[in-house]
Each structure stands twice: as C-alpha cells, then as structure tokens.
Design a protein around this ligand. Structure first.
Ligand code: SF4
Ligand code: SF4
Length: 165
C-alpha cells in the first residue's frame, strides 16, 4: 500500500518519465504530472488540489509502471482527488456517475440497444445487479456523504426524485 502523498512526492527527482508516459498529458497538452508534483514540492499543494486539471488523470497507471523512484504518481493524484472531493470540489459528471451507480449498480444504464449488441457479439445476458448491496457499500464507504451536494446525499436526492415522480 503506497504511503501518503506527502511522503511519496519527496522521492521525486523530476526526471519527467511519468509525463512522457502519460496519455492524458499527450492528448490534453495541459496535464503534466511531473509539474504538479513540482508545485507540491514547492509548497503549493492547496493550489494543485483546487485545480480542475487533476481530474484529467485517467488512472491508467502508465506512470506507476515507469517511475524509477516509486513515487506512484497515479496514487498521488488519487489522494489529491479525494482531498478535493472532501472539500466539495469535484466535476459535476462525477456526481452524475455516482448517482447512476447508486440507482442502477452500473456505470452505464442497460438499454435495449446494448442488450441487442451483447447478443450479436455472443455475450451472455447481463447478470442481475444487487442494487441494495451497492447502495449499502456506497453508504458504508462514505462515498454517499463525500459527494454530498448542497447538503443532500445521493440517497436523499434519489428519494426526492422518486417522490416527484
Ligand atoms: S517519473 Fe517519478 S521521479 Fe520522475 S518526475 Fe515522475 S514522479 Fe518524479
Ligand atoms: S495514471 Fe494519470 S498521471 Fe499516470 S499516466 Fe495515467 S493519466 Fe497520466
């Protein structure tokens, strides 16, 4: 289990291998894990946490595979995203995705076109999802509260939406 990001970044000697391997850096041109770690080493962690650019990390772990100093840049980014989320700063899409998982147990709602395509590809029928279990996990792990929006948890929002229908 990697250490806290404060410990991890101290091992970075700014070689840039992580950025060289990072697909997000290549595509966006604005995301640069080496630079973010440099800012943190210079004492600007708060600025990095509040910068939306951290959400451009796709958690592909290419940097983790290549970093010669075991800094685990993807893990550093994970921890920064957790801090940002605890501060209530996360992309709107994240909340929508969490709500989708909370209500259906899947990241993408199963639809007839998807079912048809699965059949065409010879894939088995999609197994039934135990949504109650997923909701329980999300509540017990605190995700429900972490993604609280305007003081409303995912569960409260779902109940509100159901009441309106
Ligand atoms: S690859 Fe590792 S040591 Fe090199 S800049 Fe990235 S985090 Fe730092
Ligand atoms: S995990 Fe994030 S920082 Fe690392 S290579 Fe993938 S997108 Fe880049």
């Amino acid at each position: 289990m990697p250490e806290d990001y404060e410990v991890l970044i101290k091992r970075c000697y700014q070689c840039g291998t992580c950025t060289g391997a990072c697909p997000s850096a290549k595509i966006t041109g604005t995301f640069n894990p080496r630079k973010l770690i440099a800012y943190m080493l210079l004492g600007s962690t708060e600025r990095v946490v509040s910068d939306d650019v951290i959400w451009l990390c796709t958690a592909c772990h290419a940097c983790v595979e290549r970093c010669p100093e075991l800094v685990y840049p993807a893990e550093v980014l994970f921890q920064l995203k957790n801090v940002a989320t605890s501060n209530g700063k996360f992309p709107a899409g994240l909340k929508e995705e969490a709500m989708q998982i909370f209500t259906t147990g899947t990241t993408v709602a199963l639809s007839s076109p998807i079912e048809r395509r699965r059949k065409k590809l010879g894939l088995p029928e999609f197994p039934e999802v135990n949504v109650d279990e997923i909701q329980k996990i999300m509540e017990l792990t605190g995700i429900d509260k972490k993604l609280e929006f305007n003081g409303t948890t995912l569960k409260e929002q779902k109940d509100e939406e159901e009441e309106k229908q």
